[in-house]
Design a protein around this ligand. Structure first.
Ligand SMILES: [Zn+2]
Length: 352
């Protein structure tokens, strides 16, 4: 499909064709949605040159966001990234145990990477809902600091406050490294849910003003977090188990059951659908599959960019995603909620 921008510029022919007019019509509506609503990719690593690439920060991410009218990204660093690899079946996991202090050091290094991105490469840091709103109003791309797995804590609760001071506003409890917080989906169940420390972590996140993200947590752990949390939970990147729209994925064990998703929605929270779909149309079907289960107020977009293959590897496509939502039958109001409104509700509640 031609980009909305190209068609609006008249770069795509044939001029006046029904197809061009149709794409342009939805493109105009999509841009109106993005002007009205703060849109957020609730879980990303920022593309091929993003936060887990060896590349130094650069302007590609902000430029893509501007091109696609995406207001904000929750840019997640991955403390256990140095340990990750694939087994013979292509399944992601850790290849060794961390050395003491190793993941904490990696976390600090990635925080410095984000600082550099904010200082020199066109992304404004959003620490509050007001920051997100003013950046959106100014057409200035912004980022929310995220951390994928609290493995940098090494059991030390005070490191959460330090992360908060460095700009982290979204804390995913577990990833691929066994920790003393809770069980994760592709690991061995050792805690039967959330630990005592896990409960303390949730309370500390509430106190500091951080979103709790239960992506990667087992259903048992996520449900335990839902019971303990007094704020809406985020489950930032997944898809409905048994999704018909999603191509087969090596990450099938990372999908969630209807019940698992309902537990998140019942906290007032939202489930982010990753972009591991063959194209934008299928991705919109994936959003609908989840909305049919938990309602349109509880679904958001967490692309997990850069995890290939995915339907949204380039943020210039963001406006096309919104257009695809509208073509697929979502109203502009619903598209606005999915594209960012639902996340903003969680963000405000977490900070309040
Ligand atoms: Zn992940």
């Amino acid at each position: 499909m031609a980009s909305v921008q190209a068609i609006l510029n008249g770069d795509v022919g044939p001029n006046g064709s029904t197809e061009a007019a149709r794409v342009a019509e939805f493109g105009v509506k999509a841009l109106a949605v993005l002007r009205k609503h703060i849109s957020v990719d609730v879980h990303t690593h920022g593309g091929p040159q993003g936060i887990y690439s060896p590349a130094a920060p650069n302007g590609t991410l902000a430029a893509g966001m501007r091109a696609g009218s995406l207001a904000a990204v929750c840019l997640s660093e991955i403390p256990d990234e140095p340990l990750l690899g694939r087994n013979a079946a292509g399944v992601t996991g850790i290849t060794r145990s961390p050395k003491p202090g190793e993941l904490y050091r990696h976390h600090l290094e990635r925080l410095a990477w984000v600082d550099e991105m904010v200082t020199h490469h066109g992304l404004q840091r959003a620490l509050t809902a007001a920051d997100l709103a003013s950046a959106h109003a100014a057409g200035q791309p912004s980022l929310v600091g995220g951390v994928e797995g609290l493995d940098f804590m090494e059991g030390k609760l005070e490191r959460l406050e330090e992360a908060h001071q460095r700009g982290i506003r979204s804390a995913q409890l577990v990833h691929y490294t066994p920790n003393d917080i809770g069980d994760f989906q592709m690991g061995v169940v050792t805690h039967e849910g959330l630990t005592e420390l896990g409960v303390e972590v949730i309370r500390e996140c509430h106190r500091l003003g951080m979103i709790i993200d239960v992506a990667h947590a087992t259903e048992q752990t996520a449900k335990a977090a839902a019971r303990v949390s007094t704020k809406p939970l985020l489950l930032s990147h997944t898809a409905l188990a048994g999704s018909r729209a999603m191509a087969s994925t090596r990450l099938v064990a990372r999908c969630v059951s209807a019940d698992h998703a309902r537990a998140i929605a019942e906290t007032g929270g939202a489930v982010g659908i990753w972009a591991i779909f063959p194209d934008l149309e299928k991705y919109v079907e994936g959003l609908k599959e989840m909305a049919d289960i938990i309602g349109v107020d509880h679904v958001c977009v967490g692309t997990d960019q850069q995890v290939a293959p995915g339907a949204l590897q380039d943020y210039a496509q963001w406006v096309n995603l919104i257009a695809a939502m509208l073509r697929g039958g979502f109203t502009p109001e619903e598209a606005g909620k999915i594209a960012g409104g639902n996340y903003m509700r969680i963000f405000r509640a977490a900070m309040g």
